[in-house]
Design a protein around this ligand. Structure first.
Ligand code: ANZ
Length: 955
């Protein structure tokens, strides 16, 4: 019977076809649901009383949960979900109690924008989208514990999101104890006088408003009037993390302005050090750790005070206090509030005309320059290659070590939100200061001896000398000399001198800012906060939670001209007077209150969902502590606890992952959870890319209808161009899992997605290649089932030596690959074994057939379940033991294959002499040394000469 013989295909009644796959898959999916096959038991009380569970190690496996978008899934979306499912299934078969489920992240801008576009209420469209996605996902045979699934928009879920908000609101960071504590304990300190109020008055002398204001300087969630990112085009304010490097909104790409608005913030900065230090104990990709470290941005330096005759002094933050003798001018951020205090009425005698910008007075110059600076984003202001602009304030300050008078400028390259918003400029050693000093003809002094041959006169230099690896010069006064010291020693010495002279102190500065936590949106969690008639914020008591989002007619955000920075945001909830104005009894009798009308940002719901999976129906606690301890508690190798494996896209490096870590730490400090980190191991899957075809006008044409002729591409007779890009509806290249399931079955789709390449590398989708995995399953089927009669063909005799070797080698390799998440090479090995068995001919030994089925079960669970049952078993394949290799058969003669990249040998692989070209190619591309040598570069061509040589030509 030949595979290419289509007559045979239709003739054989028991052949594995798409129709048979559909039948098998639907049947087992129903069965698994009905049986609760994937339900993971929780410990009930003490584990000691549950010896069966106590004997099993636990594995908590998670995916970054999806937004229920209206577009539905394309084949790129489930890549990670299939991978975690394969891994989870293998873990189950190796004796773990596995928790794996999937919820929906259903609040937030995308869901709301879709609702606005389609004119339906966000709840209606979101729920419809979730239903649709659930159907799509169920078809893939994902082994989820469905009892544990929920959506962040479920009131029973966001009740606890609100509850956590109140925990954060009701706590403060005790820097001495280095942890969050209940705010009531701070109030006790003020009451008893162990902590003084800022102006020394007694606590009971303060008015209610004064107390509230004071406490809000400590609370971990607080409202404040600070300059925030305001995007009129989106109609809402945004967190720093949601603003792109171009200073626009990540969502929608609208301009973002700095505006002073009263908003809620989370004091994530209190945790900066712990967020940084605890990264060390996490098993995360180094690249993500680095992004978090950079985002937190810890800088060690000093604050130095430069006296100003007219107004006290200006304090700067510097990381190069060693260069203090070289500070020849100062710069304030244009918004700095010292500016008003220092400007004189008129330009001082002899002011350089370039410094005044042509303005008649300092006040005029400052006003004009501020206007210009306000129109720019922080990113634009910091762009390196740009001409430096600024203006003199007319004031001078005194350099505390050189005693020199230095002019004070305002310039937009100094940002208000960093350090103290003021710098000492050292033009000889800082590139930005150098450019500014050149433009404004300011003096420069070399204080670090250049290690190259440029000499010590900065007037002759082309750029600043910024190296740390050099010695100080020109840095002495009557009391102190730094000359001859290295940068590190000089820093220590000058810092000490500054401290002794009350002129400064060593300090650590962070780039991290507090997290802006309110949005002018409808589709989010309402804040459990009301305001009394004096405007004091009160938390709702737990008994009033959840505070449900009211059903309203008009949920649309109010948006404005994207360029109109002066527009004032309007919250959709504020339009509902009945909901906003309420009479409540918060413990002191019925009083009138006004509700907070902002909503929480879409990040809130994903900040703690891992905890709710553990105990989703608990209505007394967010999670039972013993259950949390069981699944997430710290243990050997996981000092801060957390989920055992978390898989998702690398785009969440700072936002979600930083916020979730912060919430974990607060809940941990307050004693609600034992884990101090949410996710112990993080893995970023690659993307499934797709070819985008464009016509001569540059418009994308339907990829499925493009024909290839002699290496060129045609659509409707017209030649089109082809590039690799994202997959999506708008690019007309989306392929849905439903199409592939209909054509081949879900098991084929699963295998194909896992076989495409190493999981963490992006790969192009190729529908034509899917059939390769379909053939594998057909051959597997045919090795066990007679296609004519449907009878199982296995025999009870033991296999020959040759087959035992092939079998045990596969068992050994596949087991290791599964545990290491190298599913592509696992598939290559299963294929190799299956081919060996096909070639050997004759009926399979039962012991071989069973182990073959168990090997493929994590990858293709439906066909495995079907074959397992046909082999006579009455219990599910899902909880069988994964086969164990007999070492005696694993060692085998191998040959060495050389892998070359651009002709250079990069790896040597020990492989079986009978390996096929395809298997060898997969192994070579998955090899660590090869991946490293390619450094993320794409691949143009792979030449394979099995078993000796693979030659890779990078793109
Ligand atoms: C003097 C100096 C000399 C500096 C030198 C650098 C090199 P990081 O490492 O990112 O923390 N700076 C301080 N506050 C600033 C602000 N609000 N806006 C713009 N720049 C600011 O950078 C710290 C350095 O950035 C500080 O050290 C300061 O310039 C500048 F050879 O002070 B330095």
């Amino acid at each position: 019977m030949s595979e290419t013989n289509s007559a045979a295909e239709t003739a054989a009644p028991h052949r594995y076809t798409a129709a048979m796959a559909a039948d098998i898959e639907a049947r087992w999916q129903d069965f698994w649901d009905a049986e609760g096959t994937y339900e993971a038991p929780n410990p009930t009380g003490d584990l000691a009383g549950d010896p069966e569970l106590a004997a099993k190690p636990k594995k908590f496996i998670m995916d970054m949960f999806p937004y229920p978008s209206g577009a539905g899934l394309h084949v790129g979306h489930p890549l990670g979900y299939i991978a975690t499912d394969v891994y989870a299934r293998h873990q189950r078969m190796t004796g773990h109690n596995v928790l794996h489920t999937l919820g929906f992240d259903a609040f937030g801008l995308p869901a709301e924008q879709y609702a606005v576009q389609t004119g339906t209420h966000p709840r209606v469209s979101t729920e419809a989208n979730m239903e649709n996605m659930k159907v799509q996902l169920r078809r893939l045979g994902l082994g989820h514990d469905n009892r544990r699934s929920f959506a962040t928009i479920d009131a029973e879920y966001y009740k606890w999101t609100q509850w956590i908000f109140l925990q954060i609101f009701n706590s403060w960071y005790d820097t001495e104890a280095d942890r969050a504590r209940p705010i009531a304990e701070l109030v006790e300190q003020f009451e008893s006088g162990t902590r003084a109020t800022p102006d020394g008055r007694e606590w009971n002398e303060l008015s209610a408003t004064e107390r509230a204001d004071l406490l809000s300087q400590y609370r971990l969630a607080y409202a404040s009037d600070a300059p925030v990112n305001w995007s009129p085009g989106l109609g809402t304010v945004l967190a720093n993390e949601e603003v792109t490097a171009d200073g626009r909104s990540e969502r929608g790409n609208f301009p973002v302005f700095k505006a002073k608005l009263r908003q809620w913030n989370m004091r994530i900065t209190a945790y900066a050090d712990r967020l940084l230090n605890d990264l060390d104990g996490l098993d995360w990709p180094e690249a993500i750790k680095l992004q978090q470290r950079n985002w937190i941005g810890r800088s060690e330096g000093a604050r130095v005070k430069f006296p100003v005759d007219t107004a006290g002094g200006i304090t700067v933050f510097t990381t190069r206090q060693d260069t203090l003798f070289g500070a020849t001018y100062m710069v304030l951020a244009p918004e700095h509030d010292m500016v008003e205090r220092i400007i004189p009425a008129a330009w001082p005698e002899g002011t350089h005309p370039v410094w005044t910008g042509g303005h008649a007075s300092p006040a005029e110059a400052v006003t004009a320059y501020r206007k210009q600076a306000a129109a720019k984003s922080d990113v634009e202001r910091q762009a390196e290659a740009k001409d430096k602009t600024g203006v003199f304030t007319g004031a001078y300050a005194t350099n505390p070590v050189s005693g020199e008078k230095v002019p004070v400028f305002i310039a937009d390259y100094v940002l208000m939100g960093y350090g103290t918003g003021a710098i000492m400029a050292v033009p000889a050693h800082d590139a930005r200061d150098f450019a500014f000093a050149r433009a404004f003809e300011l003096p420069m002094r070399c204080v670090v001896q250049p290690s190259d041959d440029r000499g010590t006169d900065p007037a002759t230099w082309d750029d600043a000398f910024g190296s740390y690896d050099a010695k100080l010069v020109n840095s002495a006064n009557d009391e102190i000399s730094l000359d001859g010291l290295g940068v590190v020693e000089a820093k220590a010495k000058i810092t000490e001198w500054l401290r002794e002279h009350g002129a400064g102190e060593g300090t650590v500065n962070f780039r991290l800012r507090d997290w802006l936590f309110s949005r002018q949106r409808y589709w989010g969690e309402p804040f459990p906060i009301v305001y009394d008639e004096d405007g004091i914020a009160h938390p709702l008591p737990e008994s009033m939670l959840p505070l449900e989002l009211p059903e309203v007619e008009d949920y649309s955000p109010r948006t404005f001209d994207p360029e109109d920075a002066s527009a004032q945001p309007e919250t959709p909830l504020s339009r509902n007077a009945d909901w906003v104005n309420v009479t409540l009894d918060l413990g002191d009798g019925p009083r009138k209150y006004r509700r907070e009308t902002n909503t929480m940002p879409n990040w809130a719901g994903s900040c703690w969902y891992e905890l709710r999976y553990l105990d989703p129906n608990n209505d007394r606690q967010l999670v039972d502590p013993s259950i949390e301890q069981y699944w997430m508690g710290p243990r050997e190798g996981q000092p801060t606890g957390g989920v055992d494996l978390y898989v998702g896209g690398a785009e969440h490096a700072v936002l979600h992952l930083l916020y979730a870590r912060f919430w974990s730490k607060v809940l941990h400090d307050l004693g609600h959870i034992s884990s101090a980190e949410p996710f112990h191991k993080l893995y970023n899957q690659g993307m499934i890319q797709a070819f985008v075809y464009r016509d001569s006008r540059g418009i994308a044409v339907p990829a499925a209808e493009v024909e290839e002729r002699d290496g060129a591409f045609y659509y409707a007779g017209e030649k089109v161009s082809r590039v690799l890009g994202k997959m999506g509806k708008s690019l007309k290249n989306a392929v849905t899992p439903d199409e592939i399931c209909a054509e081949y079955g879900a098991d084929t789709l699963r295998l194909y997605e896992m076989a495409m390449g190493p999981l963490d590398v992006s790969r192009p989708w190729d529908t034509r290649a899917v059939v390769g995995q379909y053939r594998l399953l057909q051959r597997l089927w045919r090795n066990v089932v007679d296609e004519e009669t449907g009878e199982v063909t296995v025999v009870d005799t033991e296999p020959g030596e040759d087959t035992l070797r092939a079998l045990h080698k596969a068992i050994d390799g596949v087991g290791q690959d599964m545990a290491g998440m190298r599913f592509n090479t696992a598939i290559a090995k299963v294929t190799e074994l299956n081919n060996h068995l096909t070639k050997a001919g004759g009926p399979l030994s039962r012991s071989v057939a069973e182990r073959l089925v168990l090997l493929i079960a994590p990858l293709a669970p439906h066909i495995a379940e079907e074959l397992w049952r046909r082999l006579g078993h009455t219990d599910s394949v899902v909880h069988q033991d994964f086969p164990v290799a007999d070492p005696a058969y694993v060692v085998d003669e191998t040959v060495t294959c050389v892998v070359q990249i651009k002709g250079k040998v990069r790896a040597r692989l020990e492989i079986s002499p009978s390996i096929t070209d395809e298997e060898l190619e997969a192994l070579a591309l998955a090899d660590d040394a090869v991946v490293a040598a390619l450094g993320g570069a794409g691949i143009r061509k792979v030449i394979v000469r099995a078993p000796k040589l693979v030659n890779i030509v990078p793109a």
